[in-house]
Design a protein around this ligand. Structure first.
Ligand code: WTA
Length: 650
């Protein structure tokens, strides 16, 4: 076995086909239709995207050319002008959608507010007028640090309406993170709230902003939404109440068109290593990418109630809570709080009560639901659901099967969507009425996407073995650069192999051409010359009935190169014994071969995760090697987890 490829150890053979019933009603319902469109999208991309651009978006001024590509810089829909907010709102007015719910909001305490397209349009217009009064115009940066409330989406859309650039900072980040991001992009205005509800408590957003803006000279105004009513300090001349401002302006706003390539937003990635990167997305291409994927991957219909659990602070919240669904005229359910408040069945209870039809969440959440126990799910019918989605990490087959059986009642297709902050929209995913699914595989590329799994020499690996995941050829919703650092953009994404976008993930393509992402390439394990992705070993562990969650890392080992250290969280009610430790070592050896038998099994109460739920294996590596935890930990959700793991060491 060469050192160049990743050894694949997964043995998943189950296949699930879409039902005839789902196929009949799907926006795309046959494999031959997919193949035909896909072939056109990669063989004649200009023609394909010209047609989609005209059909799916409303233009102020038509574009002349679909793509101008000067590697690695792309311009999409050259010469065109549009307004992104108009595409999400105005164009539904005067149609049957005008008075349909755009956003159904539910706060954690249980307060519910519904905004129809017409109402949302008026709120966005009002807030655009507010921002204009604060002297925000085209190209200015506006930071948004808010709870998951409709005003977060309203603020984003108001920026888009003015051609200004929003940067949403996740509400769980610290004042330090706000300061760094605001300074990096020189935001003029910060929009925040007195607080938001999380697990029955108020998250004090405003005081974090106060600490941050003490060191951000670019900020001229801070707009504060009253959400929780807890006391906040308002600084005269800088801080303004949202409700006071909107009361002074009309609910009409005449929008203008902006160039296709006008920047829409910067989103700082909470990468598990290094300084955050300001990923820049622009207008028309991003909007088209999110619109077309929402239409085909989520099979959106006017009758759907669509619930994506991602926070607006992540790319998933941008693309699949706000832009994609609204451009399709969908009804979006937006929830403010924690999934286990007041009880572990909050989501299931909400799904029944609101009649949710499409549910999109992350594997980390699915594993938490599994750990909390099936009874919480079984109390609810979940009859309204018709489609499920997953994003953020490889989904282990065990979690996939649980999702399929307990939540989807074996009736709902699952779309396992692979994409990134940088790709803007879903790149590889099943289409629910088309693609037979295999648990753990994100299956086949979306239109226009050419994934390649290549070895160190840039050669395609044989089917069944693994390598690095690249994308060939540009796509409309691709990042355009890193804010203020084009060199880093080139180095990070376009220099691994000339002419290809490097995703940073390890993957393999199986005998049917299906893609399996096996984890970040930096995390790949190297055992006796075999390179193994983390996802496969972790999946084997989670397939043991006692295990709720697992993470694997390598520890330097003279003999083997790396010894495998696994961190295991057991299910509620299971005892972490020596016998179980041995059993788990044998279990992995049995599931995937003795090559992957863990050298060290450690029980843990929690794993270090980023705030978007990704395991920070870098930290576990340091703990496994017995060293101290160095490097950036500002994206870590809960430092006490690390302290507990270290204490165990001693
Ligand atoms: C991982 C989230 C496997 C992957 C939209 C990627 C996935 C990174 C999947 C991007 C999936 C996301 N299967 N891995 N379906 N979806 N990933 O920027 O490692 O927060 O590179 O974007 O998450 O994370 P980001």
């Amino acid at each position: 076995m060469s050192d160049q490829t990743i050894t694949s150890v997964s043995r998943e053979h189950r296949v699930f086909r879409p039902s005839a019933e789902f196929q009949r009603q799907a926006n795309l319902g046959s494999y031959s239709a997919y193949k035909k469109l896909y072939a056109e999208s990669v063989n004649a991309p200009e023609k394909f995207w010209t047609r989609q651009g005209k059909e799916l978006l409303s233009w102020r001024k038509p574009f002349k050319q679909a793509l101008r590509w000067k590697l690695p810089h792309a311009k999409w829909f050259v010469g065109g002008q549009l307004n992104v907010a108009e595409n999400c709102l105005d164009r539904h007015l005067g149609t049957a959608r005008e008075n349909k719910a755009a956003i159904i909001f539910e706060g954690e305490p249980g307060d519910i507010r519904t905004l129809t397209y017409k109402q949302l349009h008026r709120e966005v217009c009002r807030f655009a007028n507010v921002l204009a009064k604060l002297e925000v115009s085209k190209g200015d940066r506006v930071a948004i640090y808010m709870p998951m409330v409709p005003e977060a989406a309203i603020a984003m859309l108001a920026c888009a309406r003015l051609g200004a650039i929003h940067t949403v900072i996740f509400g769980g980040f610290s004042s330090e993170a706000i300061k760094d991001r605001v300074n990096d992009c020189q935001a003029k205005v910060v929009i925040t709230a007195d607080g938001g509800w999380r697990r029955g408590k108020v998250v004090e957003l405003k005081s974090n902003v106060d600490r941050a803006v003490a060191a951000t000279p670019s900020v001229k105004s801070v707009v504060v939404l009253k959400r929780t009513g807890n006391p906040v300090t308002m600084t005269e001349g800088r801080d303004l109440w949202w409700h006071d401002l909107v009361a002074q302006v009309p609910a009409e706003h005449k929008a203008r068109g902006f160039d296709s390539e006008n920047p829409l937003f910067i989103l700082y990635t909470s990468g598990s290593t290094g300084k955050p990167k300001g990923v820049l997305h622009t207008s028309a291409g991003y909007l088209l990418g999110t619109t077309i994927t929402s239409k085909y991957v989520f099979d959106l219909k006017d009758t759907d109630v669509y619930f994506c659990t991602a926070d607006i602070g992540w790319i998933t919240g941008h693309s699949y809570v706000v832009y994609g669904p609204l451009a399709n005229g969908a009804t979006v359910l937006m929830y403010e709080g924690a999934p286990n408040q007041p009880g572990p069945d909050r989501f299931w209870e909400m799904i029944d009560r609101h009649g949710v039809t499409i549910f999109y969440t992350a594997p980390t959440a699915i594993r938490a639901f599994m750990r909390w126990g099936d009874d919480h799910v079984k109390k609810h019918s979940l009859r309204s659901l018709r489609l499920l989605g997953s994003v953020g990490e490889p989904i282990n087959p065990e979690a996939w099967m649980w999702y399929h059986t307990l939540i989807g009642k074996k009736r709902c297709p699952i779309v396992d969507t692979w994409w990134q902050t940088e790709t803007g929209a879903i790149m590889v995913s099943p289409l629910p009425g088309v693609t037979p699914t295999k648990p753990g595989s994100c299956t086949l590329p979306f239109f226009g996407v050419i994934p390649k799994v290549l070895d160190e020499a840039g050669k395609e690996v044989p089917r069944g073995s693994g390598g690095k995941l690249f994308l060939k050829s540009p796509w409309p919703s691709m990042l355009r650069t890193l804010w203020g650092d084009d060199e880093r953009f080139k180095r990070q994404y376009w220099s691994e192999l000339p002419g290809y976008y490097f995703a940073g993930d390890g993957a393999r393509i199986d005998e049917d051409g299906y893609l399996w992402v096996v984890g970040r390439i930096d995390d790949v394990l190297n055992v006796s010359g075999h390179r193994i992705g983390t996802a496969e070993v972790e999946s084997a562990l989670v397939s043991h009935p006692s295990v709720a969650e697992a993470a694997v890392v390598g520890r330097p080992d003279e003999l083997k190169g790396q010894a495998l250290v696994v961190f295991v969280i057991v299910k509620t009610g299971i005892e972490a014994t020596k016998e179980l430790r041995e059993e788990l070592r044998s279990h992995v050896a049995k599931e995937i071969g003795s090559l992957a038998r863990p050298d060290d099994v450690r029980f843990a109460a929690g794993l270090p995760k980023t705030r978007s739920g990704k395991i920070m294996r870098r930290i576990l590596k340091e703990i496994a090697a017995g060293g101290e935890v160095k490097g950036d930990t500002t994206t870590l959700e809960d430092f006490s987890v690390v302290a507990a793991l270290q204490a165990q060491e001693e």
